[in-house]
Structures are given as structure tokens and as C-alpha cells.
Design a protein around this ligand. Structure first.
Ligand code: NAD
Length: 275
């Protein structure tokens, strides 16, 4: 792709991930991509980011449709409640979309395929804060017996999670506490902002219902730790990722942002490495 054909990117959601990606597009990826629009339900956040990046409000748009019209690729970095609608509208316009709030897409996979095929569009789900998605995809071709994700986070990471606040009192927790043990489909329902990785694993492997998830509050950890066990015909796989937290949002792992940047590079660059 030469300078004249830079990929036009719009970002929905100007929080921790959206802001980091916007900065990377403007600085690190500027030869291959240009940031053309920012949208946030909180207009002040889109305005502040636009001002920071361009010293003007020119990137800021007042609604999702305007952002979609300006963009070749829409990046969704908003919320699991909104991601399906953002994807649906973007794909209907034939746009590519990269979805960060993967939990919100569960149950819509068939519709995604239909929309992509009908409109010649494409959806990208970055691996996020886990390792092993490449091997999972490959192993799945031969057949997989089980996929288990165990997530450990500091109790603070669960503040504001309705399911946790209803069933547990984590204040002053001294020992590890299992908050959830069940299917990935139930995990994304009860932990929509915390467990996008479960959704990615489900989509890449044996499906969201068969993928198992354990979520543990650990007062001794200050990282988001994801362990994945996979048993397949091709290999036994175990990965452990100890994630440093994003400085602007402790619910988000720094690696998730970098994974999105790596996905953007895969889209933009002619040589694709990895499965
Ligand atoms: N895929 C992954 O591995 C992964 C990892 C971490 C976070 N996430 C998800 O990515 C999303 C963004 O994470 P973050 O850390 O940047 O969150 P954040 O809270 O820092 O930022 C989210 C922003 O989106 C805006 N927003 C919310 N609803 C919106 C809507 N309907 N339209 C437009 N803007 C809207 C908010 O005002 C906020 O500015 C979250 O849903 C999070 O769960 C995914």
C-alpha cells in the first residue's frame, strides 16, 4: 500500500484502548494508515483526543454513521453492550471492522458471516491479552477435546461487575476466591467487561459453550493472569500470560492494546507472520 492509498481508520470509543490505538496510528503507522474519525458517546472524550493528536477538533464526529462513512476500517473499543450494533452497522456499509469488545459478539457469529459475505466486508478479533490462539486455531483442525481458561485477577479488577457485587463481598479478601466456574458463554454474560479473552478462545476453538472458564479473585496478584490448557489430537498445549495492567484502565491489559496494534500491522503489511 503506498502513501496515497493509506487505510482510513475510525475509532469508536476513546478510552484506554481507543486512545492508545489512535496515537499509534497517527505516529507509528502513519505511512500505511491515517486516522480519519473519532467517536465516543462522551463527546468530550473524543474532542480531547482529537485536540491532543491534531490540535483541532477535525477528527471528532457526532455520531456513529458519520464515522463509518469516513472510514475503510472501523475499530470498536467501546463496550460489550454496543459492539454488536457497531459491527452490524459498519459491515452493512461494507467496512472492515476490528472488534475489541468481543464478549458482545457472542451469539451473533452466523449473522456476522452473512453480513460479511453479503457486503464483501471483514471482521478482525485480536487475540487480546492471551497467548496460544495461533496454536488453538491450528489444533482445532485436527480436533480438540478440551479448552480451559483460568483467569486470576486482583479483587479490585472486579469492582463494578454486577454479578460479583451481587454474590460476593471481596472487601478485605485474604485468600483466593473462585468467582466463576462454567462455560465461556456464561462467563461473557456475567463478566462482560472482564472476559473478552473467553470469547476469543471460544470463537477460535471449540465454541463458546464447550470452552470452560474459571475466574479467581487473588488478593496477592497485581497482574491479570490467564492460563490456557488445550488437549487436542495434535498437541497438549499450556500457556500462561501474566499481564501488566494498562495505566489508564486497570481492567484492561497492556498486551490487549499491543495485540490490536499487531493485528493492524497484519492488515497493513504484505507479509503475514503467524497463524
Ligand atoms: N479483546 C480484548 O482482549 C480486550 C481487552 C481489554 C478490553 N477489551 C474491551 O475493549 C473495550 C474498551 O476497553 P477500554 O479499556 O478502552 O475501556 P474504557 O472504559 O477505557 O473506554 C471505553 C470508551 O468507550 C466509550 N463508549 C462506551 N459506550 C459507547 C458507545 N455505545 N459508543 C461510543 N463510545 C462508547 C466510553 O465513553 C469510553 O470512553 C471494552 O469493552 C473492553 O471490555 C477487550
Amino acid at each position: 500500500m503506498n502513501r496515497r492509498q493509506r487505510l482510513k481508520i475510525g475509532i469508536v470509543g476513546c478510552g484506554a484502548i481507543g486512545s492508545s490505538l489512535a496515537k499509534e496510528i497517527v505516529i507509528g503507522l502513519r505511512q500505511d494508515a491515517s486516522l480519519v474519525a473519532l467517536y465516543d458517546i462522551r463527546l468530550d472524550k473524543a474532542q480531547a483526543l482529537s485536540k491532543k493528536l491534531t490540535k483541532s477538533l477535525k477528527l471528532c464526529v457526532g455520531n456513529l454513521k458519520d464515522l463509518i462513512k469516513r472510514s475503510d476500517l472501523v475499530i470498536e473499543a467501546s463496550s460489550a453492550k454496543a459492539s454488536w450494533d457497531i459491527a452490524r452497522q459498519s459491515l452493512a456499509y461494507g467496512r472492515k471492522i476490528m472488534v475489541m469488545s468481543v464478549g458482545g459478539m457472542v451469539g451473533h457469529l452466523d449473522e456476522l458471516y452473512v453480513l460479511c459475505r453479503k457486503n464483501n466486508a471483514m471482521v478482525y478479533f485480536p487475540s487480546g491479552a492471551i497467548s496460544g490462539v495461533d496454536a488453538l486455531k491450528a489444533a482445532n483442525i485436527a480436533g480438540i477435546k478440551k479448552v480451559v481458561l483460568t483467569t486470576r485477577k486482583n479483587p479490585k479488577a472486579f469492582s463494578g461487575v454486577e454479578y460479583v457485587e451481587k454474590h460476593f463481598n471481596l472487601a478485605g479478601l485474604k485468600q483466593d476466591k473462585v468467582l466463576f466456574n462454567g462455560s465461556a458463554s456464561a462467563a461473557v454474560k456475567y463478566f462482560p467487561q472482564n472476559i473478552n479473552v473467553a470469547a476469543v478462545l471460544g470463537l477460535a476453538g471449540i465454541g463458546i459453550r464447550k470452552t470452560r472458564v474459571r475466574i479467581i479473585a487473588c488478593p496477592a496478584v497485581n497482574k491479570n493472569i490467564h492460563e490456557i490448557e488445550i488437549e487436542s489430537k495434535a498437541a497438549k498445549i499450556f500457556t500462561r500470560t501474566e499481564n501488566i495492567l494498562h495505566p489508564q484502565n486497570p481492567k484492561t491489559s497492556f498486551l490487549a492494546v499491543l495485540s490490536a496494534i499487531a493485528t493492524l500491522k497484519q492488515i497493513l503489511q504484505p507479509i503475514k507472520i503467524g497463524t
